[in-house]
Design a protein around this ligand. Structure first.
Ligand code: AHR
Length: 677
């Protein structure tokens, strides 16, 4: 029996309870949300080879070659290192065409394919210049020997063919030409490529730029964009944006996660060089084994928030990086504190401020709403205990300039009782992270019921039930839902929460992935062409969509407990998992409309009859909305090939009264929307 006591006041539900967390992991942006289709567009991903690029050579007598040219390398001969466009675009790709019987060109494989859709216009652009071969410079003593290269006459000026085509080159999906001018200097070329109305969607495609004339061709910043969400230039994939919009998130935590910190101090998220035209973004070393193009820069994070109607929750680099190095509080940290203040000014300063004016020049004069700043990420890893001083130095400076902002500490008392921030003022908000299996989630679903209400507020800034690869399965969703009932019941204490990681390009999880696997158990999966939500995604969506403004005190009686079968691992580790309830629940009410949202989680394989008793209300509308997410076994899941196997189903139920019975399906999450008053 569940008794919902409508006579007792509940607690106010934090209006920001459910949000999103994001970082560049699993190809979340490059090869993910950020709609750019060309991988390694500025040729900096690998200093040794042009990853993602290959030579296209057709015609019996054709002869070509491709080569990386890095203007930053001192140990290569002069002609090979003089092709920088500016200080950000220092590496280019050279295509040498000795002979062209047919076409010779360069092909980009995209991020595990280029998505082709019918009647779609793609915007292509690239920097290009052409020349003949350069005579070797006169040798000076001690200089490296110039390799002998064929002498090629410059015939580069003329039409250059641009295509989206099948990987074997036999089917052309979209084509166009630009006219290469005879010039020694870089020039940007733009063109639109449109696919036919009858093209069948595929991702088995490549992007090719080719010629049929000898010469040396140099490429840089090669780009191809499909239509984007809200038609933003340099924008995002529409399907993934829509999935986030549907979740109704209240905030977006960015830019990390580990991605904020960087592997080394020199790799922290470089917000300044992620601003402005793509030409001035050098990209940087990411935290998950691959380079970030920084096409998703600070302003793009902010407009992403705008598009999904979520508030930014900005993480600022706090002088600690993943290799364990930290910068001590005091004068050495001061430039980083200044940097954070400038970053905040870029987000929320008006146009009379230096960085606010810069944002306006970048195309967004209106300041963004900002309430919460997170100082660092997971600083409990810093065994030097320097966070206390670092946090206070940041917080003092931020609050002095922006008294309206609230700073979040990344060390939580409950998780790290021996690492508390003790000097200065007590932190207002603590960020807790939980990555658990489903049993642990069930076992700890009530953990917040007993937290001290006079202590700091809690931000559950990363959490997930980690079962399923690359996206989580139904059992994980049942773990998540149970955990969320605990957060929802305590939504006075838990002011914000966000699941992590949000995105995975499913190719990062395959055995054949050329880029390493990073993190399994993610929320939303995709490849170049399609996307899907995990069962956990639908739980997130349901909990956010059906949420009141205050909790309804709810008590359960006669709820059977479940014993976890002991596994081999338990016996070797000597752990004793505790029994857990077979049902989890939480109820909230919309104070204005009288709607009551009751969430019920049946984690077992049996049906469960529930007697639902609403006290303190004479009237309950006889018709109610019922939403059920369920499966037949805990391992059930969604995937690229079966994207909708586990989906919530909405229906109406009749004969609802202040006391009524519902039978919950096995392995199910149920939401009941009841109208009271
Ligand atoms: O969500 C994946 C990683 O987990 C985050 O980058 C980090 O903050 C945490 O350890």
């Amino acid at each position: 029996t569940l008794t919902l006591d409508l006579t007792k006041p509940g607690v106010a539900v934090s209006p920001l309870l459910y949000g999103l967390m994001t970082e560049e992991i699993n190809h979340s942006y490059d090869g993910g949300l950020y709609a750019e289709l060309i991988s390694n567009r500025t040729f900096k991903d690998n200093p040794a080879a042009p990853d993602g690029w290959s030579l296209v050579q057709e015609g019996a007598g054709s002869k070509g070659a491709i080569k990386l040219m890095a203007a930053t390398l001192d140990n290569v001969p002069y002609p090979e290192r003089r092709h920088a466009i500016n200080e950000a675009l220092t590496t280019c790709l050279r295509l040498t065409v000795e002979k062209a019987d047919g076409r010779v060109g360069v092909a980009n494989e995209g991020y595990w394919g280029i998505p082709v859709k019918p009647a779609t216009t793609y915007q292509a652009s690239f920097y290009l210049k052409g020349s003949g071969s350069v005579p070797p410079p006169r040798q000076r003593p001690g200089q490296p020997t110039t390799p002998t290269e064929p002498v090629i006459e410059d015939q580069t000026a003329g039409p250059i063919q641009v295509r989206i085509e099948s990987n074997d080159g036999k089917t052309v999906y979209a084509t166009g030409t630009v006219n290469l001018e005879k010039s020694l200097y870089w020039k940007k070329y733009n063109l639109a490529l449109t696919t036919g109305a009858n093209v069948k969607p595929t991702k088995d495609a490549r992007f090719v730029i080719s010629t049929n004339r000898p010469g040396l061709y140099y490429f840089n910043l090669v780009s191809l964009f499909p239509p984007t969400y809200n038609n933003r230039p340099n924008g995002n994939r529409s399907d993934l944006m829509q999935m986030m919009v549907d979740m109704k998130p209240k905030f977006l935590r960015f830019p990390g996660g580990n991605y904020l910190e960087g592997p080394l101090i020199t790799d922290a998220f470089p917000w300044k060089t992620t601003l402005g035209p793509l030409e001035s973004r050098p990209g940087h070393r990411g935290s998950w084994g691959y380079r970030a193009s920084d096409g998703m820069g600070l302003l793009e994070f902010l407009t992403w928030c705008e598009d999904i109607k979520a508030e930014p929750l900005l993480g600022v680099y706090a002088g600690y990086s993943l290799n364990g190095d930290h910068i001590d509080a005091g004068p050495l940290l001061k430039p980083h504190v200044e940097d954070a203040l400038n970053e905040i000014e870029y987000v929320m300063g008006d146009v009379s401020t230096y960085w606010g004016a810069k944002r306006a020049a970048d195309g967004h004069p209106a300041p963004f709403k900002l309430t919460y700043i997170e100082i660092g990420n997971e600083d409990w890893f810093d065994r030097s205990n320097s966070y206390d001083g670092r946090f206070n130095q940041f917080r003092t400076a931020i609050e002095a300039k922006y008294p309206q902002l609230h700073c979040i500490s990344t060390i939580a008392d409950a998780q790290f009782p021996n690492m508390k921030v003790t000097s200065g003022k007590k932190p207002e908000i603590l960020d807790e992270h939980y990555y658990r299996n489903s049993w642990d989630m069930w076992q700890n679903a009530s953990q917040y019921d007993s937290y001290d209400r006079s202590g700091p507020k809690i931000f559950v800034g990363e959490w997930a039930t980690r079962e399923g690869i690359p996206t989580t399965n139904l059992n994980a969703a049942l773990g998540d839902a149970a955990w969320m009932t605990g957060m929802e019941r305590n939504a006075d204490l838990i002011i914000m929460s966000c699941y992590a990681p949000l995105f995975v390009n499913v190719n990062t999880a395959t055995a054949t992935a050329k880029k390493a696997w990073q993190w399994d158990s993610d929320l939303i999966g995709y490849d170049a062409l399609t996307s899907y939500g995990s069962p956990s995604y639908y739980v997130q969506k349901l909990f956010s969509e059906y949420l009141g403004t205050e909790t309804v005190p709810t008590t359960g009686a006669n709820i059977p407990m479940r014993e976890r079968p002991r596994t081999k691992r338990d016996s070797t580790e000597g752990t004793t998992p505790k029994p857990v309830p077979s049902l989890f629940y939480a109820a909230t009410k919309d104070a204005k409309t009288g709607a009551v949202y009751l969430k019920l989680v049946n984690t077992t394989g049996q049906k469960q009859p529930i007697d639902i008793n609403l006290t303190g209300t004479a009237k309950v509308a006889p018709s109610a909305t019922l939403v059920v997410l369920k499966g037949t076994k805990p391992e059930d899941t969604n995937s690229i090939t079966e994207p909708k196997k586990i989906m919530p189903v909405t229906s109406k139920i009749k004969r609802v009264a202040p006391r009524f019975t519902r039978t919950l399906d096995p392995y199910s999450v149920t939401v009941l929307q009841l109208q009271t008053g």
